[in-house]
Design a protein around this ligand. Sequence first.
Ligand code: 8DG
Length: 135
Amino acid sequence: MDSMPPLLVVAGALVRGGAVLVQQRPADKAMAGLWEFPGGKVDAGEAPAEALARELNEELGVSVDPVKLTPITFGTGLIGSRDLVLLLYRVAQWTGEPQALETPELRWVDADALRDLPMPPADLPLIAPLCRILG
Ligand SMILES: Nc1nc2c([nH]c(=O)n2[C@H]2C[C@H](O)[C@@H](COP(=O)(O)OP(=O)(O)OP(=O)(O)O)O2)c(=O)[nH]1
């Protein structure tokens, strides 16, 4: 419980041929070394899908149309003492080849590899719904 409103974070599942793109958190950040979906915090006054399009461009160098992002599921957690709400969207179409612009490594993983990756606690409930999409 915190006096701040929950932190709203958007994340994208770029899906290609039964695999999803994940990135490793940098050594100088909280939860260093864990694997996460590209994305980030929604800024004040920003729509969630627009925030995700912005973050995907900053982190991967790809362009996406916010209108084509479709919700998959959400997770909740804590960042310190602040509540976190993590919205996962499916990204079926993008322009450009994803590049690791802000993280040490990108990886395309299938459902089995995804289940074995160390991820932040808020991501854990996202895995089963996403694996149903990956097949
Ligand atoms: N992008 C992303 N963030 C996640 C996931 N799971 C999860 O708990 N988070 C957390 C980590 C951060 O606290 C927050 C995302 O915000 P951010 O990407 O702007 O923050 P950050 O910690 O990387 O860096 P900073 O800008 O706060 O220094 O959500 C995930 O799957 N993807």
